[in-house]
Design a protein around this ligand. Structure first.
Ligand code: BGC
Length: 260
């Protein structure tokens, strides 16, 4: 059995588990620590090292960040401390944990998990995974190949990034009903559909657990399904990418293996 550890750095929590990279199943409990505030590279790397120690893990490590990541280097920081910009996150996490580390955008990782072992398995055409959480993350696949770092949460709507009004956090912050929030998501999806005409939309993030409360209210033309791995998809995808191979075409284009 091939195993790797995946860690998902989110706006509120940093979660990790050891994953069976053939099935995508978690082999340990899901360890979690609160995201440090401020969520600086040093503080997050320390938290990640704590999760690795709790899992007693000594093998390949995959870690997500909510940022554009190119060859292990972070280029944006919408929902994480701005000091991440320009940081070689793969090298930093390698230093903090002593493990060979791959770093990838959180939504891209979730997409890889779903395409390889989840709701998008075997699906060709244009598949788009959208995660609704602190922000909106996106992973776009064309015939199974990832187009990395699409950042569709930052499409301009309502006078700013769409995620400000349509992420799950907006529902909580503004105490919106499912129906009211779904109307915003619907408008957002109409824009996304005009751009990409996806064949399949996979929705992830914490709210994918409550899928039945909002997805039936959407009028999207594309088929919409919840992420099989729900909110664990980032952990699973990070582990799959760390284990190497060719999970969904040249998916590791925006991740990188730290030297050493
Ligand atoms: C970030 C993305 C991330 C998404 C979900 C956005 O604010 O720009 O990189 O995938 O949030 O966490």
């Amino acid at each position: 059995m091939t195993e790797a550890m995946g860690i998902d750095v989110g706006g509120s929590g940093i979660k990790g588990a050891v994953v069976d990279t053939a099935s995508g199943e978690l082999l340990t409990e899901r360890f979690r620590v609160a995201t440090p505030s401020p969520s600086t590279p040093r503080a997050v790397a320390k938290a990640a090292a704590r999760l690795v120690a709790r899992a007693h893990w000594e093998g390949p490590l995959g870690c997500t960040v909510p940022s554009v990541v190119h060859r292990g280097v972070v280029h944006t920081a919408a929902n994480i401390a701005p000091s991440w910009i320009g940081i070689d996150a793969a090298a930093l996490l390698h230093q903090a944990t002593g493990l060979p580390t791959v770093v990838v955008n959180d939504a891209d990782a979730a997409g890889v998990a779903e395409m390889r072992a989840g709701a998008g398995r075997g699906r060709g055409g244009v598949v788009l995974l959208l995660t609704f959480g602190t922000g909106i993350g996106s992973a776009l696949f064309v015939d199974g190949h990832l187009v990395p770092n699409t950042e569709l949460g930052h499409l301009q709507m309502w006078g700013g990034s769409a995620e400000v009004k349509a992420a799950a956090q907006a529902k909580t912050r503004e105490s919106l009903s499912w129906a009211k929030w779904a109307r915003r998501v619907d408008k957002y999806l109409a824009y996304v559909e005009r751009l990409f005409s996806p064949d399949l939309l996979i929705v992830g993030g914490g709210v994918s657990r409550d899928y039945h409360r909002w997805v039936p209210l959407l009028r999207s033309r594309a088929e919409i399904v919840p992420a099989r791995f729900r909110n664990n998809a980032g952990i699973v995808g990070a582990a799959l990418l760390a284990a190497g191979g060719d999970p969904a075409g040249p998916a590791s284009g925006n991740g990188d293996q730290a030297a050493g």
